[in-house]
Design a protein around this ligand. Structure first.
Ligand SMILES: [Zn+2]
Length: 243
C-alpha cells in the first residue's frame, strides 16, 4: 500500500519533470487525453465589445462552455466584457499576452513581462488569475518555456484550426468532422461569422457524442490519466492507457 503510494508520487513527479517512460507531459498542450469523448472550444484575441457577449449568450443558451484567451490591449478597451466572462460559469479566462508578439523570438525576460503584465491587468479588472497561456501564432521557444514556468501558467496550443480569420463561410459539419476526442478547437471572438456559426458547431459536436470541457479540465484530466498510466506501466501493466 505504502510502496504503491510512493510509486504513484514518483510517477507524478517524474511526469511533471518530463522523465516518465513512453508518455511525457509536453511543455505545450495541443490536445487533451484521447481516451475521453470531450472537446474544448477556445476563443483568441478578444474581448470584443459586441461579439464576445454574443458568444457568452450562445454558451448560456446551449448550456455549453468555452475558454477565452484574452489580449491585454483589448482588455483595456473592454473591461466590462472581461467581468461578464469572469461572472459566467460557462466561461474560463486565459492569457494571450498584451501586444500579440511572436514568442518564438522573445527572450525569457520579455516573454515574462508580456505574460505578467496581462496577468495583473486581468486580475485587476476581473479578480481572475489565469492559469493558461496561449502564445500568439502558436509560436513557442525556450524563452517562453522558462517564462511560463516562472509565471505558473500552462502553455496551450490547439489541434483543430478552422482558420476563421480568413473570413469565408465556415462549415460547422466540416469542422466537427476534424474533431477527435480531447481536441482543442481554435476560434476567435472578434469575427461575426464565428459567432454565427457557433450554435451549429455545438449541435454538430453533440450529435457526434462530444461533451464540452474547459481547456483546463482537458489538461488536468490528461495529466491525471498519464500519471495513472505511468504508474500502471511501472507496476507491469503494459499498454493500460490505450491512447
Ligand atoms: Zn491571437
Amino acid at each position: 500500500m505504502v510502496s504503491g503510494f510512493l510509486i504513484l508520487l514518483t510517477a507524478i513527479s517524474f511526469n511533471g519533470l518530463g522523465f516518465s517512460g513512453p508518455k511525457t507531459i509536453p511543455p505545450a498542450f495541443r490536445h487533451g487525453h484521447r481516451g475521453a469523448r470531450v472537446v474544448a472550444l477556445s476563443f483568441d484575441d478578444g474581448p470584443h465589445r459586441r461579439i464576445t457577449p454574443d458568444i457568452i449568450r450562445t454558451l448560456e443558451d446551449k448550456d455549453c462552455r468555452a475558454t477565452f484567451f484574452l489580449l491585454g490591449r483589448e482588455v483595456r478597451k473592454n473591461p466590462e466584457t472581461v467581468r461578464a466572462l469572469a461572472e459566467s460559469p460557462r466561461c474560463e479566462i486565459g492569457n494571450h499576452s498584451i501586444n500579440h508578439p511572436d514568442f518564438g523570438r522573445l527572450g525569457k525576460e520579455q516573454a515574462l513581462q508580456e505574460i505578467m503584465e496581462n496577468q495583473w491587468l486581468i486580475e485587476r479588472v476581473s479578480g481572475v488569475i489565469p492559469r493558461l497561456f496561449r502564445p500568439p501564432y502558436g509560436s513557442v521557444g525556450r524563452g517562453l518555456f522558462a517564462a511560463s514556468r516562472q509565471a505558473g501558467v500552462s502553455i496551450v496550443l490547439w489541434d483543430v484550426d478552422p482558420e476563421d480569420w480568413r473570413g469565408g463561410k465556415l462549415s460547422a459539419s466540416e469542422i466537427a468532422e476534424r474533431v477527435r476526442p480531447g481536441s482543442i478547437i481554435l476560434l476567435h471572438d472578434i469575427y461575426p461569422g464565428t459567432a454565427e456559426m457557433l450554435p451549429e458547431l455545438i449541435d454538430e459536436l453533440r450529435e457526434r457524442g462530444f461533451e464540452f470541457w474547459f481547456v483546463s479540465e482537458l489538461i488536468n484530466f490528461r495529466r491525471f490519466a498519464e500519471a495513472a498510466d505511468a504508474l500502471l506501466s511501472n507496476l507491469g501493466f503494459a499498454g493500460a492507457g490505450g491512447y
